[in-house]
Structures are given as C-alpha cells and as structure tokens.
Design a protein around this ligand. Structure first.
Ligand code: SF4
Length: 386
C-alpha cells in the first residue's frame, strides 16, 4: 500500500532504514566537524561562559546549527511580512488552546485561518528568502513562534540569537549564511542517502496537502521533505547523546501514540487514568497489546497518548513525566526533534523509535490506518535479547 508521506518499509521491513540513517548521520557529523567547526565551537564557548543551563552535547549544537539553515530556507519568506499584532494574536491563541481545552475547536478555527492567510500571502507575493542578518533572524523567530509548531526548536535558536547578538554584524551575518549554505548541502545529500524513504512527500504536498488549508494543522502537514530528513537525523543524534543517561535510569516507560491501536476510537478498550492510558489487551493482533505484553515480561510500563502534545501539556514532575525516568518515545518522523528536546527540558533521557509510516486520522489519512514500528529496533533500545 502506498503511504501518504514517508515509509521506512521499502523492502517490507524497516531494517535497512536504521543502517542508512546511522551511516548518513556519521557523514553529516563529519561534514559539520570539518567545515562548520568554528561557529559551533564559538557558540559552545559563549554557552559555557554565559553559564546557560543544560549545555547541550556538541552533536546537538551541530544539529541546531543545521536546523537554523533549514528553517531559514524553508520559512524566512513567510516571515517577511510578519505583522506584530497578528503575530501576538497567534502566540496567544496557541497558549490558550493548551489552557482552555473546551474552546480548543474554536481557537483552532481562527488559527487555521490566520496561518493559512500568512502562507498564501507569502506565496502570492512570491517573497524571497530573507537576507541573512540579525534583524531577519528576529523576524524568523517571531514567525516560528507564532506558528506554534516549533516551540522547542525556537528555544534552542533563541540561544543562538543571543550568541550572535554579542558579535559583530558582519560576523553574525556570515555565520547565518554558513548555516544556510550547509542546509543546501544537507538537502542534496539527504535526498541521496535517505530520500528513498520520503519519496511520497512531494506528491503529497502537491496533491493532498491543499485540503489542510484553513485548518490548524496547515503548518505541521506542510513540512518540507528536507524537514523529514532533518528529523530523522535529529532522532539518531539524540538516541546517541542521551543513550547513557537513558541506560542509567531505574524506571523505563514506553510512550506509544494512539494511532498504533488497531481500533482507536471505535472498539478499543483502552483504560484511561490520570497517569496515562493503558491497553487492556482486547485485541491479540494489536501491536499496542504486543508491546504491552513485552513490557510486562521486562518490567517497563507502556502508556498510550492521543498526541505528543498530551505529554508536553502535563505539568513538570507530575503524571507520567516524572524526572529521571527513561522514556522510549514512539512518534512519527516530524515529531522527533521537538519531542526529544521537550523531554530533555524535563530532565528525561529519551530514546526514540520511528513509526514505520504515519496514518493518524487527524493529520494524514481519511479513515486513519493503524501504524506500526520495528519491534527489533525497540528491543535493541531496551537491551532485550530475545
Ligand atoms: S489491544 Fe489495547 S490498544 Fe489495541 S484495541 Fe485493544 S485496548 Fe486498544
């Protein structure tokens, strides 16, 4: 069956994906270490001198630098005509939708209209990518913040903005330009290395995506192919840098998305509790059930969440997100970077396993199709040897 955007199962198994992404990540990190060492090291020195909390690992800094270039190329034309009042309104609406769940549909209705008109505006005027300078960096950050889709990415980029504000105008512009140049290299090379897993994204953007116009998910569903590749890289980098922290935790929890259930919202007998939703095992063919059984045999909890935002909305230190637990987050590719950084901000060391394809009704599929993961990859992450 043809998948909407990405699929790791090109040879009926996602085995080869995990080899390919591992090799490609080495290639990107080598390229970064050779050609982009100076800005990343300058940034790290600034970070250490300024006593900023939670100094990221150097591989994460490389990812952040690349992220700056990718988002600049992808969104700076939308940020060109950003208006202060519309921008603030979008930010407040995003905050309110998380706080006032009972009026969320109404808020989403307005957000959908505002976000789409921004996108349409930039398309109609054929606005060009912004010049790489600090004034435009600020505009880009404001646009990303207003979109509500890049909360944790924006936090990282704001630290880069502070660092670049401390150096000369020429130097900062040169560093931003380097990030943009590197993102062009990344776009090209990622297509060759892992593009076979995302061949449908461009077709999807052309044919199916327009139906998301005027909806709240217009930005999320319209993410470019290069962002899929960047998230794949991000997931691999985070699995490597948070690995030891994850291993050192006593308690481990697997967080599964509801779209993996065989019959979510119809006959699924999930048990809802304040600590999360637990599978009751009603369907022997359901993958959530199999993973829950694996959890029982190997002493880890398995919970099901409707969406990643259900995790980020829960208060720090309460519910399922207690500090110092190890989390294996199962997510679709576009949530990998934000999900990993959201958990890290809560002192939770996460490992991720990608859904082999996406299929939830809310974003990707008319009826919704049950999604799945590579169980061998999950076992590898949990050190289960059978
Ligand atoms: S086995 Fe679990 S997740 Fe699957 S349908 Fe039943 S209760 Fe829902």
């Amino acid at each position: 069956m043809e998948r909407e955007t990405y699929s790791l199962n090109i040879n009926k198994s996602s085995e080869s994906y995990y080899n390919d992404i591992s090799n490609f990540t080495c290639e990107v990190l080598n390229e970064g270490a050779i050609f982009y060492k100076t800005p990343v090291e300058m940034y790290r020195e600034y970070h250490i001198k300024s006593n900023l909390e939670n100094i990221p690992y150097d591989k994460e800094n490389i990812l952040e630098f690349l992220l700056l270039g990718v988002l600049w190329k992808g969104y700076s034309s939308s940020a060109t005509n950003i208006k202060h009042i519309r921008n603030r309104t979008l930010i407040y609406l995003h905050k309110f939708r998380r706080k006032f769940k009972n009026i969320k549909p109404l808020i989403d209705f307005f957000r959908g209209i505002m976000l789409t008109s921004y996108l349409q505006n930039s398309k109609n005027k054929e606005l060009l990518e912004l010049e790489p300078d600090m004034k435009n960096f600020k505009k880009l950050l404001r646009w990303l913040e207003a979109s509500g889709e890049f909360n944790f990415e924006v936090k990282r980029l704001k630290n880069w903005f502070c660092f670049l504000s401390e150096i000369s105008y020429e130097e900062s512009s040169e560093i931003i330009q380097k990030a943009i140049t590197w993102s062009a290299w990344f776009e090209d090379h990622s297509k060759k290395a892992i593009g076979k897993y995302t061949v449908n994204v461009e077709k999807y953007l052309k044919e199916s995506y327009p139906k998301h116009y005027w909806h709240e998910n217009v930005i999320f569903c319209g993410r470019k192919r290069v962002e899929y590749h960047l998230n794949m890289l991000g997931g691999e980098i985070m699995n490597s840098v948070y690995r030891q922290g994850f291993i050192n935790t006593d308690d481990k929890v697997i967080v599964l998305p509801a779209c993996m259930s065989m019959s979510y919202k119809s006959s699924c007998k999930i048990k809802k509790t304040d600590d999360g939703n637990y599978c009751s095992g009603c369907n022997p063919k359901c993958m959530v059930n199999s993973i829950t059984q694996l959890g029982k045999e190997n002493s880890f909890k398995v919970i099901v969440v409707p969406h990643q935002s259900s995790l980020s909305n829960s208060d720090k230190g309460t519910g399922i997100l207690k500090e110092n637990i190890g989390v294996v987050g199962v997510a679709c590719v576009l949530n990998l970077i934000s999900g990993g950084w959201m958990l890290k901000e809560r002192n939770i060391y996460a490992q991720c396993v990608l859904l082999d394809y996406c299929g939830c009704k809310r974003h990707w599929h008319k009826e919704g199709i049950p999604t799945c993961i590579n169980i061998e990859q999950l076992k590898k992450i949990l050190n289960i040897k059978y």
